[in-house]
Design a protein around this ligand. Sequence first.
Ligand SMILES: Cc1cc2nc3c(=O)[nH]c(=O)nc-3n(C[C@H](O)[C@H](O)[C@H](O)COP(=O)(O)O)c2cc1C
Ligand code: SF4
Length: 374
Amino acid sequence: MSENRENSILLSPIKIGAIQIPNRFVRSATHDFMAEDDGTATERQVQLFRRLAEGEVGLIITGHVYVNPNGKASPRQAGISEDRFIEGLRRISEAVHAFPAKIFIQLAHAGRQTKEKYCGCTPLAPSAVYEPTLKITPKEMTHQEILGIINDFILAGRRAKEAGFDGAQLHIAHGYLLSSFISPYTTRRTDEWGGSTANRLRIVVEIVRGIKGMLGKEFPLIAKLNSTDFLPTGLQLGESIEMAKILEDEGIDGIEVSGGMSEAGKGSMWQGLRSEEEEGYFVESASKFKQALHVPIFGLGGNRTFAVMERIVRDGKANLVSLSRPLIREPYLVQKFRTGQIDKSACISCNKCLNPRGIACAELRKKNGSPDSR
Ligand SMILES: Cc1cc2nc3c(=O)[nH]c(=O)nc-3n(C[C@H](O)[C@H](O)[C@H](O)COP(=O)(O)O)c2cc1C
Ligand code: SF4
């Protein structure tokens, strides 16, 4: 091991709320398309998460898990909308806890970014704003439906704890339901759920209060938050930071800074990254959150090179670094970094791993016909 790695800040522990994370590497939420059709977790998922934990990721965040079937985004997505899902999910948390890693579950509702064939209804949204990539006009939610979804998230928080997860992350990014509520582009309401910053954030605040009220300070609750929608009339950085400050006052334990919305033509998974300068594409935004907040900030987007990530944390731009695609390609990436085996992920950011029959690195298969091993 090089001197450099021994003293690495990336390999030092950090606390998220009451929980100690063994290092600063986070596996950002990654939908794996590996659950049963009815949302039950599978053995294939248990093995996926076991490998990530064995590969020394400090904090693993699951893919987005639906809190209500009317918020299901795609086939083979895991659910947490009923108690019957707890048993399967517990097998995942137990597999991870055989290692020092911690695991949070990402609680989500797809909102208007789904299709009737997946969610079984006209997709729901704060306002009936046409979604051009899926060609759907969602149904504007009633006040009662909004209260129902808040309750769904709170019950999902309770199930997450019962299933042995160390914490949960609210998915408030990428145009899904909570992200669409906080965005002035997708929320055109004039009641208490629309208009001002506080009104658009109200649904999230109610969920945070509900989960924190039920599970207390011991169960960390973090947010993945859009810093921008990349739409001229959408959410912008300054207001997103303002919202994060409100959430911090409400007890949120960390913020992972992301961005994008399908119809903006610029989402969260940028392609073709090659140079070190292109890495960490949401990190400059994350550093603005870090200046304004006290809770740990997760720097995300195209993190690939050990030395670049080390600088991000050392220079105080973020407290942790999050990765998704590199850990699809190499679940043992963090271990390889720690032992000095490699300096950079081999992921070329081509997005060919988005396989609806189960995520896998298509590039690696092309190269040597087998998945990553140690
Ligand atoms: C296959 C795949 C599935 C993803 N699923 C989710 C998800 O369920 N929830 C989420 O917030 N982000 C999801 N993302 C986005 C990643 O968490 C991450 O924000 C993005 O890929 C940028 O990080 P990277 O450059 O390290 O891949 C997914 C990305 C990929 C490649
Ligand atoms: S297919 Fe492989 S190389 Fe391409 S983005 Fe996915 S993990 Fe990276």
